[in-house]
Design a protein around this ligand. Sequence first.
Ligand SMILES: [Ca+2]
Length: 303
Amino acid sequence: MNRICCVYVVIFLTVILTAGIITVVIHQTQITPPPQTPTPTATPTANPTTINPPTTTPNPTVASPTPEPTPSSPVQYTYIVVKTYPHDTAAFTQGLIYDNGFLFESTGGFGVSSLRRVDLETGTVLQQYNLPNYFCEGLTLVGDTLIQLTWQSQIGFVYDKETFTLIGNFSYPTEGWGLTFDGNRLIMSDGSSKLLFLDPLTYQKTGEVNVLDGDKPITNINELEYINGDIYANIWMSQKIAIINPQTGQVKGWLDLTGINPQPITNPDSVLNGIAYDQETGRLFVTGKNWSYLYQIEIKPIS
Ligand SMILES: [Ca+2]
């Protein structure tokens, strides 16, 4: 019996010892994972960072190439004549604007330069201020004052719009060609490829932009008209009007007016010049130096 008891005791102890070892092993194996747990926790955090970028990064890379090549070639426009009005053939048109039912016109030429108020329907000159000693050029309206440039005299004149009373003048260092107003700045051309920006009160230059079609400078920029954020510009001795982005100077469109004037060309200087815009109705008017007619036109892209 004692021997049997001893055997049982030994078996019992062996079982307990074995169970103890197994428990320790199991315990150790269960403990091991926790230190690994932080690693997996870190992995999920890394996953979003690696997943997100692919979705966001490719988009800009795909999107930017599309807008960047925007220096696209200018849109080509043609015209439709909506209405024809009489125009004084003695008017060597250098500046033209429309305001409240009237055209205001600056005419050039030595001895015959003038500032005029013209009835749109009849072409009749209703009011005129002569400047025989100057060769007048661009014209624009700032509030109730008319601003007129001269070609090479480097002087500009300021008039009361109603009375044509000369109320001031200013000087500038370049030639004077075209003039318009964007509501904040005077925009002036001087025959080069530049548009000059002037303060409308002090007439001091505040900036300039080079007019380019792609990378080609466009020179001889003449009469101007600011229309809905763009500058429409006659190009001297050309049948085309450039539509220019004032911020970049890029030509965004070309309006070809070839054939609009049926008059036989007897004077080579009698070229297309003069753009006016009626902001209230959106009417666009064009004419030329000594032309018999002024045209209201609509423009449309050439398809
Ligand atoms: Ca104009």
